[in-house]
Write a protein that binds this ligand. Structure first.
Ligand code: SF4
Ligand code: SF4
Ligand code: SF4
Length: 177
């Protein structure tokens, strides 16, 4: 009888050790996942991406800012973003600890950052501009006047062609600071 009790106690002990080990392993795994996610948000690609202008204009030869950020981190030259201009190149040179350079000679620096502004009194509320905006910067309902949230506009010009009454202008952002 005492043998059975002793065996049961040993079994219980083993079970407790097993559950404890599993709990510790889970904690370690969770901590590692948290560390990985933290280091990812501070990865070089993300730091570069944070500096890019986010206009998604593709002048750098990539379909958007994120793929160019990845490519810069892997060694591509960091002087191919006209909207960012020389200021961006200098900032990236510091971040990457690379020599300073000028804009790629095949590209032209953007004169001044432009944004879209709707001449609201002419807007017929057709709502054709909203769906094409990549940053959801255009607000308005069907048959109602539309307007652009200036801080969200990247000046990509995609909303201009769909407007049937041509009431969207591109103007220097500095006019609206
Ligand atoms: S040129 Fe600059 S702003 Fe345009 S997509 Fe490339 S990184 Fe983004
Ligand atoms: S230019 Fe037009 S489509 Fe492009 S971000 Fe500005 S409002 Fe949106
Ligand atoms: S496409 Fe032109 S007319 Fe139609 S809602 Fe947009 S700004 Fe107004």
């Amino acid at each position: 009888m005492s043998f059975i009790v002793e065996a049961s106690l040993q079994l219980l002990g083993l079970l407790i050790v097993f559950i404890g080990a599993a709990a510790i392993a889970k904690l370690i795994l969770g901590y590692k996942t948290w560390l990985d996610s933290k280091s990812d948000s501070h990865s070089l690609e993300n730091q570069i991406l944070d500096l890019l202008p986010q206009t998604q204009c593709a002048q750098c030869g990539h379909p958007g800012c994120a793929p160019y950020a990845d490519s810069i981190a892997k060694g591509e030259a960091h002087n191919k973003c006209p909207p960012g201009g020389q200021a961006l190149i200098d900032t990236l040179s510091q971040l990457l600890n690379r020599e300073s350079m000028t804009l790629d000679e095949t590209l032209e620096e953007d004169e001044e950052e432009l944004i879209a502004v709707i001449r609201e009194e002419e807007c017929i509320g057709c709502a054709k501009c909203g769906p094409v905006c990549p940053t959801d910067a255009i607000v308005g309902a069907n048959n109602m006047m539309h307007t652009v949230i200036l801080q969200d506009c990247t000046g990509c010009e995609l909303c201009l062609p769909p407007c049937p009454v041509d009431c969207i202008d591109l103007v220097p952002r500095s006019q609206y600071l």
